[in-house]
Design a protein around this ligand. Structure first.
Ligand SMILES: NC(=O)c1ccc[n+]([C@@H]2O[C@H](COP(=O)([O-])OP(=O)(O)OC[C@H]3O[C@@H](n4cnc5c(N)ncnc54)[C@H](OP(=O)(O)O)[C@@H]3O)[C@@H](O)[C@H]2O)c1
Length: 320
């Protein structure tokens, strides 16, 4: 079988790093694009077997350069995304204009597949700029290139994430934890390795022209997620439901931080459940079963936030 050449954008992120490792193990050759080859190279160099990974630096979304890179590939995967806007990094540019450009080039060059990562639960969130930009990106892709696959994951978690790890840090430092929308928003968290397995399956499958919602095997409310994290790091905290007006004001302040913990846009998005919509098929419908359980997986790295670290309990039990 001819070796597949993959062109990967957003390779240095949580999903990209995990994907590169499995792609190279599965004999795919990867060209990974990053905005900063020194930082990207430092993160990515150890993720692939020698000869399987080439790094390319690109600062702007440059049509000719992307076209010349895509000429050498059969599959293009776009993992570029942002959680908040900063200067030139605007939602519309990153989530709508860039996928629009990539899918136009994919169509011109008639590559085998274009796989794009969008997000779950954005259809109803008509007041969130993040959701609007992601949805617009999906529409452009569908219009531009038939052989497109749009994957819409719920929250993706792992030791490399910005979600469970940030919350474990907050929960280990703060005496109280505010709950937005009473902590009732629902999620179907999916472990990064389960999501990466779906992407690998899709690359070699017959599937094309597909929009797929990607979820883990369990559903939790935000409050249940926080309780699981607390249990895993061995802490008890007061969980306080914040009235929406106060929560919105706190988001206004928190978004001023260099790496915001919460923005006004994220606060709006949190109002909507992050679960299957019923509009599209899910990975379970196609037989791509995810089986990593939230509690089991977070227990594998939560010791970083526990007093005494990984072997604290073992030592104590041995001394007794
Ligand atoms: N993680 C989740 O829970 C989750 C849930 C739903 C959907 N998704 C979507 O899945 C995709 C990948 O997520 P992730 O968690 O791996 O994201 P991530 O860790 O935040 O990484 C995002 C990547 O985007 C690249 N990037 C950001 N701004 C860019 C710009 N202006 N130009 C070019 N590249 C830029 C960065 O690459 P460089 O800095 O190397 O250039 C980085 O590698 C995103 O589209 C995200 O929206 C993620």
């Amino acid at each position: 079988m001819k070796q597949k050449e993959i062109l990967l954008f957003g390779a240095t992120g949580q999903i990209g790093r995990n994907l590169i490792r499995k792609l190279s193990k599965n004999n795919y050759k990867i060209t990974a694009v990053t905005r900063n080859i020194h930082r990207g190279g430092y993160i990515l160099k150890t993720q692939a077997n020698p000869g399987y990974l080439e790094l390319v630096e690109m600062n702007n979304f440059h049509y000719e350069k992307i076209e010349s890179l895509m000429k050498n590939c059969t599959v293009c995967i776009n993992l570029v995304g942002i959680l908040y806007e900063k200067k030139k990094n605007q939602f519309k540019t990153v989530h709508t204009d860039f996928p629009n450009l990539l899918s136009k080039i994919a169509n011109k060059l008639k590559i085998d597949k274009f796989i794009h990562l969008s997000a779950l639960g954005i259809e109803q969130a008509k007041d969130s700029k993040y959701a609007i930009s992601k949805l617009e990106g999906e529409k452009k892709i569908k219009k531009n290139f038939e052989n497109s696959i749009i994957l819409k994951p719920s929250i993706v978690y792992s030791v490399d994430d910005n979600f469970t790890t940030n919350f474990m840090t907050l929960l280990s430092r703060l005496p109280i934890m505010p709950l937005y929308y009473k902590g009732q928003t629902k999620f179907n968290p999916i472990h990064v390795s389960d999501l990466v397995d779906i992407i690998i399956e899709i690359i070699d499958s017959k599937y094309n022209k597909l929009t797929l919602e990607c979820i883990g095997p369990e559903q939790f409310t935000f409050k249940e997620i926080i309780l699981n994290l607390l249990d895993s790091i061995g802490k008890k905290r007061l969980l306080i439901p914040l009235p929406n007006q106060i929560a919105a004001f706190s988001a206004k302040l928190l978004q001023l931080l260099p790496k915001p913990l919460l923005t006004e846009d994220q606060f709006k998005l949190l109002k909507y459940n992050n679960v299957v919509s019923g509009i599209y098929k899910s990975n379970f419908d196609l037989g791509f079963k995810t089986n990593k359980l939230f509690k089991d997986e977070i227990n594998k790295y939560s010791y970083n936030w526990k007093i005494g670290g990984q072997f604290a309990n073992n030592k104590i039990s041995k001394l007794k």
